[in-house]
Design a protein around this ligand. Sequence first.
Ligand code: C5P
Length: 282
Amino acid sequence: MAAEPVTEFAPAKINLALHVTGRRADGYHLLDSLVVFVGTGDRVTAAPSEDLTLTLTGPRSTSLAADDDNLVLRAARAMGSGGAALVLEKHLPVASGIGGGSAGAAAPPRALSRLRGQPLPPAAAVLALGADVPVCLAGQPARMSGIGETLAPLDHPLPEAWLVLANPGVAVSTPAIFAALARRDNAPLPRDLPRLRTAADLSAFLRMARNDLEAPAAQLVPVISVARSALSAQPGCLMSRMSGSGATCFGLFPDALTAAAAARALRSARPDWWIEAAPILP
Ligand code: C5P
C-alpha cells in the first residue's frame, strides 16, 4: 500500500456522437456513441486512512453533498470495505452531459487501485453507478454501445483537435430527455470508423452523425440551442453539438489559439455560463 496520497484526474467526457438505437425491456436505451475525454476535469486524491471519508473542494464543490449517496463514496465502496481519505476537487458542472458525476465516480477506483495495489473493477461492477462510469473508468477514446457497458477502442487515433465547452447553467434530467425521444430505433454509426487525419476530417465525419438526445433536450431546455448557435458563430468553429443528455454543448476547433479566442469571446458575452477550451486527449 502506497504511504503517499495519489491523485487521479477525472477528465470531462464528451459524446462526439450519440445515436439511440433501441430500448431494452428494462427501459434502458441502447446507444452507439463516439466518446472522448478532454483536458479539463475534476481531481480525486486518495490518502491512506482507517475510515472512508470525503472532502469536497474546488469551484463547484457546493453543487454536491458528501453524503452516502455521493457517487464518489459509492464508487469507493465498490472497491471493498477499506478506508481512505478522499478529496474531490470539483470543477465540472453536474447533470450537464459531460460526466460531471460519472468522471468523478471513475476516479476513486483508479486512485484506490493505485493506493492499495488492487486491480481495477470490471466494467460490469461499476455500471450500476451510472451508464457512463465504465467508459470514464477506461478513460480512453472509445466506441461505446449497449447501455454503456460495451467499450471498443478506436481503430485509428483521432486527429489533434480542441473543443470549447459551453454550459448555460441549466441542470438537465437525463431520464426526462430519454423519455421525450420521438424515436428509439435510429441508425447506428457506420460500422467502421474511417481514419480521420485532421480536425476538418473529424468535423466532416461528425456532421454525418448525430446526438439523438439533442432534439428532445432542446425542446425541454431551449437555451441549449442558444449555446450551440453561440459556439457555431465563433471564428474557426468546425461543427458544434450537444454532449450526452445536455445541456453542455461543444464546438470543434482545429487548434489551441482559435479555441482559446472562442472561449474568451463566449465568456465575455455570457459571463454566467461555464465555458472551457480543452484539447481532445489521445
Ligand atoms: O445510468 P445513469 O444514472 O447515468 O442514467 C440515468 C437515467 O438515464 C437512467 O435511469 C435511465 O432512465 C436513462 N438512461 C437510459 N439509457 C441509458 C443510460 C441512461 O435510458 N443507456
